[in-house]
Design a protein around this ligand. Structure first.
Ligand SMILES: *Cc1c(COP(=O)(O)O)cnc(C)c1O
Length: 484
């Protein structure tokens, strides 16, 4: 913008730089391998490359884009790199990125139906499609949240609202029963964090032991609930996991649902990663029993090639969710909502302002199609199984958990290496692989054992990438273990 002129960037300038930005993105997506996966910067490097003071005068786009390349991109860890195998690999796919662009251009706020009818209705339609794709019944209302963490927070708030004998919403927790919820030792930290935020405290979140395959033990759950009732707690919710973060284990949802029915507890299912697998017919088993859950979250931004953030939250008791969250001041009232003809999504969660996230998800589903999406998930699971076979066949490595999907837990364990030497060896191995810039893995700890995690989920990942990373891991192990 020219100094002294008001208004936005002129249309011709937008078009010029818009073309350049899109060209940059196209080139980037075609060759993400030209960058190291893990950013090779030290803390503070990016800050030092940027002026400490804001620009007083308008700056040309030319200079801004040049600085993007010079100062920002080197500090980027490339989640879109096909050799990103850390945490859960995710993808910003072409149609998803274009959806983000259009949503940013429209810049609507989907807080009320009236504030953009298409945003609300597309969200309903698209989440209806996704619900059908994963095989959940129609009774589940869908709403898009930013993250699974926030979806689980809302689920647990609804579970608390469903406790009949105390009005938490109106009276707060003082004077109410001491609430307790249950989740497995392998559950994501967001569940416990939700307990902290909702005032249950960490004491209000009881962790149930897992079996040899890292799945919640329903008998232990039953015993814990019984014990707690005896001790004066009010059990109210179980948060089970389909695809735990460390090993992608799947809790036995049918048995847990049975406990919840018998004990009258809200069942929330955290399927952030693996719930998506259910779109492939042969992986539908992942959500078996979830039709009996009260709520479930699955993340299109994790394994459905939709740019972060986009988390699909389904609730079978939307009235309870609404009762927990709806608070409508005069300035947000509309005739349509008063006539209950429409859904105002602000009534079903914490935030008022809501991005138009449905657009990118709608584009992703349409562009790839249900079959195309399922084929990509299937390919990732196939690659995960291949890698598991390679690890099992190599005497220098061992797998440390079953591999139900596309995430493999393992460690280097050369024969005759003493146990106490294995953690330093594997820590050094992970460090060496990641420092190469050619692949990026992360770690976890399973029953005290330091464990490497290799998560396959990026849309651009092929067998070649997995093979190359596996060869790199073996080469680095040889170098570390046998430096002579
Ligand atoms: C990744 C993950 C989460 C957190 O997801 P966000 O959308 O980043 O909040 C929660 N639960 C499980 C099982 C996960 O794998």
């Amino acid at each position: 913008m020219k100094d002294g002129r008001l208004g936005d960037m002129p249309a011709d300038e937008f078009e010029e730089y818009g073309r350049r930005a899109v060209a940059w993105v196209a080139e980037y997506l075609a060759h993400p391998e030209r960058y190291p996966v893990l950013a090779k910067v030290a803390p503070g490097d990016v800050t030092r490359a940027l002026p400490a003071e804001p620009p007083m005068r308008a700056e040309p786009m030319e200079a801004i884009l040049a600085d993007f390349e010079r100062a920002i991109v080197p500090g980027i860890t490339h989640w879109n790199h096909p050799s990103f195998f850390a945490y859960f690999a995710i993808s910003g796919s072409g149609p998803g990125i274009l959806g983000e662009l259009l949503a940013a251009a429209l810049n609507v706020n989907a807080m009320l139906w009236k504030t953009s009818p298409a945003a609300t209705e597309l969200e309903e339609v698209t989440l209806g499609w996704l619900r059908q794709m994963v095989g959940l019944p129609d009774a589940f209302m869908g709403i898009i949240m930013d993250t699974a963490s926030v979806a689980s927070l809302c689920a647990i708030a609804a579970a608390r609202e469903a406790v009949g004998e105390h009005r938490f919403r109106d009276d707060g927790s003082s004077g109410g029963p001491r609430l307790r919820m249950y989740t497995s030792e392998q559950a994501h930290s967001s569940i416990e964090k939700a307990g902290i935020v909702l005032g249950l405290g960490r004491a209000g979140v009881r962790k149930i032991p897992v079996d040899g395959r890292f799945r919640m033990d329903p008998a232990a759950l039953r015993t814990a609930i019984e014990e707690d009732r005896g001790a004066g707690w009010r059990p109210f919710c179980v948060a089970a996991t389909v695809g735990t973060t460390s090993t992608t284990s799947v809790d036995p949802i049918p048995a847990i649902a049975e406990v919840c029915r018998a004990e009258d507890l809200w069942l929330h299912v955290d399927g952030a990663y693996a719930g998506i697998a259910a779109i492939a017919p042969e992986l539908r088993w992942a959500l078996a029993g979830c039709d009996r859950a009260d709520s479930i979250v699955i993340n299109p931004h994790k394994w459905l090639f939709t740019p972060i953030d986009c988390s699909a939250f389904y609730c079978r008791r939307p009235d309870v969710l609404r009762a927990a969250f709806s608070l409508v001041p005069e300035y947000l009232r509309t005739a349509e909502a008063d006539q209950t003809a429409v859904r105002d999504f602000m009534d079903y969660g914490v935030q008022l302002g809501r991005r138009f996230r449905a657009l990118k998800l709608w584009m992703v589903i349409r562009y790839f199609g249900w079959e195309g999406l399922a084929a990509r998930i299937r390919a990732h699971v196939h690659l995960g199984q291949r890698l598991a076979e390679w690890i099992d066949a190599d005497p220098d490595f061992e797998r440390l958990a079953p591999t139900p999907f596309s995430t493999v837990c393992f460690r280097a364990h050369p024969p005759a290496t003493p146990e106490e030497a294995l953690e330093p060896l594997n820590t050094a191995l992970l460090e060496a692989v990641n420092a190469s810039g050619r692949a990026y893995l992360s770690h976890t700890r399973l029953r005290g054992t330091y464990t490497l995690r290799f998560a396959i989920g990026n849309i651009r990942t092929t067998e070649e990438h997995v093979r190359a990373a596996w060869d790199l891991i073996r080469a680095e192990l040889r170098r570390l273990h046998d430096p002579g």
